[in-house]
Write a protein of this length. Structure first.
Length: 250
């Protein structure tokens, strides 16, 4: 395959992944295999993929902001809880084999999509009174999500959405808005870890980033226009495809 065709295909894989990631998550199940197909080892593909993730979320934030969907102060506060775990996860990802973790993740993701497709009530009924959610649980959950995001990234958006959606009173649209900001913040030090260990390939990473930027921009617009119903459908498809891939169905 000539180099130009490789770059062309990588760009459009990135664009599709960026669109999926903003609407739900799991786009890295496309980009990581694509990078490995180009001859990269696991750690190098994992690090190079972070360039696309970083740029993708910057453009998603810009698109949400242009549509007046943003709460930067709250997003930054949430992101602080993911940073310690993300940095530890990045260092471990360079050394550890994650094949069994991916298989377990496939089963978890099926549970995630089932729970997300069930209509959420506004609270728990106790003697006719709607009880408040224990929203403080979202903070330890974010520490765990940050660790996983630093470790491998694949499907972290889905885990983040599940945690924030079920442990807060936010709509899926606002969960998405916070998600892209949080992932952008923790990706900065994670990318630094991969750069420090020489696990980033700049040429392919830059092309991938250009594609994810395009996909993320339009993904954010589609999320706002389509609303929560559209996000649910994108989420369901993304989780199903990722689960089947992790279980080696295709």
């Amino acid at each position: 395959m000539i180099e130009f065709l490789k770059l062309f295909l990588l760009f459009w894989v990135g664009a599709i992944a960026g669109f999926i990631n903003v609407g739900a998550g799991g786009g890295s199940i496309l980009t990581l295999p694509a990078l490995i197909f180009l001859g990269m080892g696991g750690a190098l593909a994992n690090g190079t993929n972070r360039l696309g993730v970083l740029v993708q979320n910057f453009f998603a934030i810009s698109s949400f902001r242009q549509q007046n969907i943003h709460e930067f102060r709250k997003s930054l506060f949430l992101s602080l809880f993911t940073l310690p775990g993300a940095i530890v996860g990045a260092f471990l990802s360079i050394k550890l084999d994650d094949i069994w973790f991916q298989r377990i993740l496939a089963i978890v993701m099926i549970g995630v999509v089932v729970s997300m497709l069930i209509t959420r009530s506004n609270g728990l009924q106790q003697n006719g009174v709607v009880a408040q959610k224990k929203t403080w649980l979202v903070y330890p959950a974010l520490i765990g999500v940050g660790f996983y995001g630093g470790f491998i990234q694949v499907g972290v958006g889905l885990l983040f959405m599940a945690a924030l959606y079920h442990l807060s009173d936010l709509s899926l649209l606002h969960v998405n808005m916070h998600k892209v900001f949080v992932i952008l913040v923790y990706t900065l030090p994670v990318l630094g870890v991969f750069l420090w260990t020489d696990n980033v390939e700049w040429k392919y990473g830059s092309v991938l980033a250009a594609g994810t930027a395009l996909g993320a921009w339009w993904g954010a617009r589609a999320a706002v226009k389509g609303g929560e119903k559209a996000i649910r459908y994108v989420l369901a498809v993304a989780v199903l495809l990722m689960s089947l891939k992790l279980l080696s169905v295709f």
